[in-house]
Ligand binder design. Structure first.
Ligand code: ADP
Length: 248
């Protein structure tokens, strides 16, 4: 296995909006294949951090590296996505009138190689990958049903599947279990856990029970920087963390 070292590296990153430091000397390292949870009170900078990683927001200072070769601050948003960084926003945005299968097929075309993709589609080249992804997200049985009939949780899994079609190296997932049933949350924990290893996964989540159920390592953000990092047990017993959450 040639994998080693960090896949993502943020060093002394800061960004201000109208003089307010949303991100303040943030340092964060995500190892290759790691599953990391990011928690923190509202306004801690979680969304802004994701925006910086994907190139949507440019920091004022600091550096952001993907692997050891890609300085993300010299790249635009589409090129960063092409490196293999996929982002899942909180609300599912699947194509409801298309089948589950067609949604996954279309996700393959969501890059610059559309012509190649169409050719491959005609030759059925993506079917193996679609079958693989359908299994991962547990929707094989529903492959030919319209996405509009899926439950909220199933739509979230389909959208994660759409990101997986591109074989990303890093998945950024924003509040995946908001609005899910207990059972769907358990299934989501299994899914995200099974994805780690093959890809690195960074999950921003408010539901502490869920975070506890999946996380090996948790980073607590507060006022734009890292307040604590460690296992859920470690951070939840950290005095600084307790103060921040009690003060919420
Ligand atoms: P979180 O996702 O942890 O709730 P955010 O990253 O959304 O936190 O926000 C961090 C802080 O930065 C908040 O105080 C928010 O109001 C502010 N902020 C975020 N984006 C902007 C923006 N585009 N313009 C002005 N202020 C912003």
């Amino acid at each position: 296995d040639v994998r080693h070292g960090p896949i993502l590296y943020l060093e002394d990153v800061s960004v201000s909006f109208d003089g307010f430091k949303a991100i303040n000397n943030l340092n964060l390292t995500i190892d290759d294949g790691e599953l990391r949870c990011i928690i923190g009170p509202n306004g801690a900078g979680k969304t802004t951090m994701m925006d910086i990683i994907t190139g949507k927001t440019r920091p004022d200072t600091g550096s952001v590296w993907f692997g050891s070769r890609h300085n993300l601050l010299t790249m635009n948003e589409p090129d960063i996505a092409t490196l293999g960084i996929g982002r899942k926003f909180q609300k599912p945005t699947v194509f409801e009138a298309l089948t589950v299968f067609e949604n996954l097929e279309l996700a393959m075309a969501a890059d610059k190689r559309v012509l190649q993709t169409l050719t491959a589609r005609l030759s059925g080249e993506h079917r193996d990958r679609i079958d693989e992804v359908l299994k991962l997200i547990g929707l094989s049985q529903l492959r030919n049903r319209e996405a509009g009939i899926l439950s909220h949780g199933q739509k979230q899994w389909l959208e994660i599947g759409m990101l997986l079609m591109q074989k990303p190296r890093l998945l950024l997932v924003d509040e995946p279990v908001a609005g899910m049933t207990e059972q769907e949350m358990e299934r989501t924990a299994e899914l995200l856990t099974s994805l780690a290893g093959e890809q690195s996964v960074v999950v921003v989540e408010h539901d502490m029970g869920f975070v506890r159920s999946i996380a090996k390592k948790v980073t607590v953000l507060h006022q734009g920087s890292v307040l604590a990092e460690g296992t859920m047990d470690q951070v939840s017993n950290d005095r600084k963390v307790i103060e921040v959450y009690l003060g919420e």
